[in-house]
Write a protein that binds this ligand. Structure first.
Ligand SMILES: NC(=O)c1ccc[n+]([C@@H]2O[C@H](COP(=O)([O-])OP(=O)(O)OC[C@H]3O[C@@H](n4cnc5c(N)ncnc54)[C@H](O)[C@@H]3O)[C@@H](O)[C@H]2O)c1
Length: 268
């Protein structure tokens, strides 16, 4: 007799949010707290415990790229039913310029970190009879942004990891999904705003504004509460991945100026 996923009650469940000290992770943690979830923030940032205390959650300094740290934190967390993997880093650099160190750093946090959290926490969820996992991928995992090979590759891999994990875990009562945000107004994106024109370039998408962390958080909570969706990636991106005449090239051109890679197909 197979065990299928049953309705997930967020109230009273233990939920781990990685990258929870900032941005999308923090907004998700706040929404889950509103729903009565017992939230634990994992973040590499020094201030994670203070941030957690300020919203009524628990906080733990965890580097998601460290297998032993993730294993220990998962054991300490108790009977976790919910996992949101939001820890991530950005990166810009033409493919011929990206260093080994930068490539490894981005893949390590954005992909290996997500894998480690799924592995260690899904083991706890199996013991507890099931759970829900949502990974934060990116619209850049579906559209190729020039000058962002490491980041786009890491996020495309998260979308595939989500599907395989969903297959592996469905019969254990664990549903695994992803969200793919477009440009969201968080510290990660804001770092690029020091370059004139970049913010405006990011806003040149079909719904012409930046998204908010809360808009992504609501999509994450929707997936956490779902009982019949698994392996899915929900784009929360103002239509960014739909393409169109504006978008990636303008962003990269604004960021990298004359050093940006050139499009060749329609220059005359
Ligand atoms: N902001 C955007 O426009 C955007 C768009 C698409 C996807 N995303 C993704 O959303 C997720 C959250 O990003 P955000 O925009 O909220 O950024 P953010 O910088 O506000 O938050 C990211 C958090 O991850 C933490 N972190 C980084 N490395 C870590 C590690 N090794 N271990 C544990 N924690 C670590 C940081 O300390 C930070 O608190 C990321 O995966 C990012 O790639 C963001």
């Amino acid at each position: 007799m197979l065990e299928y996923a049953s309705a997930m009650d967020l109230r009273g469940s233990i939920g781990v949010v990685t990258g929870g000290a900032s941005g999308i992770g923090l907004a998700t943690a706040e929404l889950l707290l509103d729903r009565g979830t017992n939230v634990i923030l994992w973040d590499a940032a020094d201030n994670v415990e203070d941030v957690a205390a300020s919203i009524g959650a628990k906080g733990l300094r965890v580097d998601v790229t460290n297998p032993a740290a993730v294993r220990d934190a998962a054991q300490a967390a108790g009977e976790v039913r919910l996992l949101v993997s939001s820890a991530g880093v950005g990166s810009i650099g033409n493919v011929w310029e990206v260093s080994d160190e930068e490539w490894s750093r981005v893949l390590d946090v954005n992909l290996h970190g997500v894998f480690l959290c799924i592995r260690e926490i899904s083991r706890r969820m199996v013991e507890g009879g099931g759970g829900r996992i949502v990974n934060v991928a990116s619209a850049s995992g579906a559209i190729a942004d020039p000058g962002m090979a490491a980041y786009c590759t890491s996020k495309a891999a998260v979308i595939m990891l989500t599907k395989v994990a969903a297959l592996d875990l469905a019969q254990k009562g664990i549903l695994v999904n992803a969200v793919a945000p477009g440009p969201i107004d968080t510290p990660l994106l804001q770092m690029s705003f020091i370059v004139p024109g970049v913010r405006e370039a990011f806003e040149r998408i079909p719904v012409p504004r930046l998204g908010t962390p809360d808009e992504v958080a609501r999509a994450i909570v929707f997936l956490l509460e779902s009982d019949w969706i698994t392996g899915e990636t929900l784009f929360v991106d103002g239509g960014a991945q739909l393409g169109g005449p504006l978008g990636a090239w303008d962003r990269i051109q604004a960021l990298a100026g004359d050093e940006a890679p050139r499009r060749t197909s329609w220059e005359s």
